[in-house]
Design a protein around this ligand. Structure first.
Ligand code: PLP
Length: 407
């Protein structure tokens, strides 16, 4: 047979999935996986929220049919989702000037946002740039490239303090052409775990407004960062209160543990209901050609939980418990590092927030953790705190001390 595909080269494996593969193959009994981007309980097991299980029971009992959802997803889901993100910020929801469409989780929401921007936004630069913090979630780059938008960066992380390079960030945002598209992580920045303080968000908002930039918020961790949904939405709501019209992309992967259900939403805050309606109509045209309409099960779970007082209260409690477990592991890890004899300053582990900790471990130190200690993490030194448990934190601290003692 003549090959039609001889020119197709083997692509590189996904760095995170490659790490999981190596971890799975490792036969060492105390191996540790710090690569996973999903919550694990203190036994290292995946976790299904009680409010989700209860919602699923109710859905099963209701004997619902499996007809298609509308292109933009069910209204009870969209209304509840937008409210969770925006609450009463600047009265935008009450005034009917927000468009909300269900998305294939955060990834799909970013992609649809990208396609919309590529077609309709009046970019100030020829190559249609979106400015991303450096570093950022690695998938942001291919997502926007696939939409014909050029990913560019602004300063964000300061290696010396393992904290925010606020000055560099402000300088870079100030230098951009007016009206640039700027992506911001709403909370629990991935991969650094470094967020601006509320006061820094005020200054960022003032600058972005003054420069007329378009803020695109990726909100993949609402509730999961601090345990408080309102606190984690502070930046998004503050930007609205300042009269800005952000894009807000939500994900229910982390806060509700609905990773594989692929449920999220894209919200576009606009000036008036007519604009909201026009934007919704265009988003529907795009979605129709992409995947026709969204999956129904995850949206039904989210709507059931958010629209029921008891289940909603249970969700808040359960999200808080997940965030608390992660915070307590941050404290334990710092304590165990000191106990192991490390003289280095690890306080950033406690200052950082959310699923990840940007540890400051070098690529070589990470390599040693993998090969000598069977502890798996990405080569940029990012630790998934969800992989840390009371059973492995002491071992992890000893290993981290051993590979950094030379410094
Ligand atoms: N954005 C950020 C910053 C993330 O960390 C993630 C997941 O890791 C996502 C978006 C998208 O996740 P999902 O598509 O599961 O919602």
């Amino acid at each position: 047979r003549m090959s039609l595909w001889a020119h197709v080269q083997q692509g590189p494996p996904d760095p995170i999935l490659g790490l999981t593969e190596a971890y799975n193959k490792d036969t060492f009994p105390n191996k540790v996986n710090l690569g996973v981007g999903a919550y694990r309980d203190d036994e290292g097991k995946p976790h299904v929220l009680q409010c989700v299980t209860e919602a699923e029971k109710r859905l099963l009992d209701a004997h619902l049919n499996k007809e298609y959802a509308s292109i933009q997803g069910p209204k009870d889901f969209r209304d509840a989702s937008a409210k969770l993100a925006l609450a009463d910020a600047d009265n935008a929801l009450a005034e009917g000037r927000v468009t909300t469409v269900q998305s294939i989780s955060g990834t799909g929401g970013l992609r649809v946002a990208g396609i919309f921007l590529a077609q309709f936004y009046n970019f100030p630069n020829k190559d249609r740039a979106i400015y991303l913090p450096t570093p950022t979630w690695s998938n942001h780059l291919p997502i926007f490239r696939a939409c014909g938008i050029e990913p560019r960066t602004y300063s964000y992380y300061d290696k010396n303090t393992c904290g925010l390079d606020f000055k560099g960030m402000m300088q870079d945002l100030d230098k951009l052409e007016n009206g640039s598209v700027v992506l911001l992580h709403a909370c629990a920045q991935n991969p650094t775990g470094v967020d601006p303080t509320p006061e820094q968000w005020h200054e960022i908002a003032t600058l972005i407004k003054q420069k007329n930039h378009l803020p695109v918020f990726d909100m993949a961790y609402q509730g999961f960062a601090s345990g408080d949904y309102d606190k984690d939405a502070y930046a998004v709501r503050h930007f609205c209160e300042q009269g800005m019209l952000p894009f807000v992309i939500q994900s229910y992967s982390k806060n509700m543990g609905l990773y594989g259900e692929r449920v999220g939403a894209l919200n576009v805050v606009t000036t008036d209901p007519q604009q909201a309606s026009a934007i919704e109509s265009q988003l529907k045209i795009m979605i129709r050609a992409l995947y026709s309409n969204p999956p129904i099960h995850g949206a039904r779970i989210v709507a059931t939980v958010l629209n029921d007082n008891d289940l909603h209260a249970l969700l808040l409690k359960e999200t808080h418990a997940m965030a608390d477990r992660i915070t307590s592991m941050r404290t334990r890890l710092v304590e165990e590092l000191a106990k192991a004899g490390s003289k280095l300053d690890w306080s950033h582990i406690q200052r950082q927030i959310g699923m990840f900790c940007f540890s400051g471990l070098t690529e070589q130190e990470v390599q040693e953790l993998i090969s000598t200690y069977h502890i798996y993490l990405t080569k940029n030194g990012r630790i998934s705190m969800a992989g840390v448990s009371s059973g492995n934190v002491e071992y992890l601290a000893h290993a981290m001390h051993a590979v950094t003692a030379h410094r």
